[in-house]
Design a protein. Structure first.
Length: 179
């Protein structure tokens, strides 16, 4: 059952990954969507399941979790209205890397991966714009990683250099560091 186009387009417009798409392109994506509703605590998909659908949240909240070997559930991310998860299903059908469960009654817009791949083949501009939107999302999520990783590296470098140099019979002169 296809979700109503107007309501679906409104949801898709609020999803950063689709923000680069124009109205006609969003209408094309809306045609391949399915509305899904889940009660609180329902599992949308489990880690290891086939990856065949990505989801945008219309209402409600969900979380991605992984099971720790000691039995604890570790929350990787939480999602609310306008968020998307399982987006790699639009590009391939690899296995899911995490379980997603709802935290409250939740309405999702499902985009079947096969339908989206067909749409991208028929409308290459949609594919290019979608990749750009997902790239921006990835850049925003990882932009802080470079700074903290760089600081840890610079802080640990002198210690590493002192340990490495004597073992190799070289003078322990410290190389110039760039900031």
């Amino acid at each position: 059952m296809a979700a109503t186009s107007e309501a679906t387009i409104t949801v898709l417009q609020s999803v950063p990954a689709f923000s680069t798409l124009g109205d006609e392109e969003l209408a094309n994506v809306a045609q391949v969507t399915v509305r899904r509703q889940f009660e609180a605590g329902a599992v949308v998909f489990r880690a290891g399941d086939a990856s065949d659908t990505c989801y945008a949240i219309r209402s409600g909240r969900a979380r991605a979790i992984r099971e720790h070997p000691d039995g604890r559930s570790i929350t990787l991310a939480t999602f609310g209205p306008g968020d998307i998860f399982g987006e790699l299903a639009m590009f391939d059908d690899e296995r899911r890397s995490a379980t997603v469960e709802t935290l409250e009654p939740t309405e999702l817009i499902g985009i079947l991966g096969g339908d989206m791949r067909r749409l991208m083949r028929e409308h290459p501009d949609v594919a290019v714009k979608l990749i750009a939107g997902l790239g921006r999302r990835l850049r925003r999520r990882t932009s802080g990683w470079r700074v903290s990783r760089s600081r840890r590296f610079r802080a640990g470098w002198p210690r590493c250099w002192r340990r490495w140099s004597p073992r190799h019979g070289r003078k322990a002169s410290r190389p110039a560091m760039s900031s």
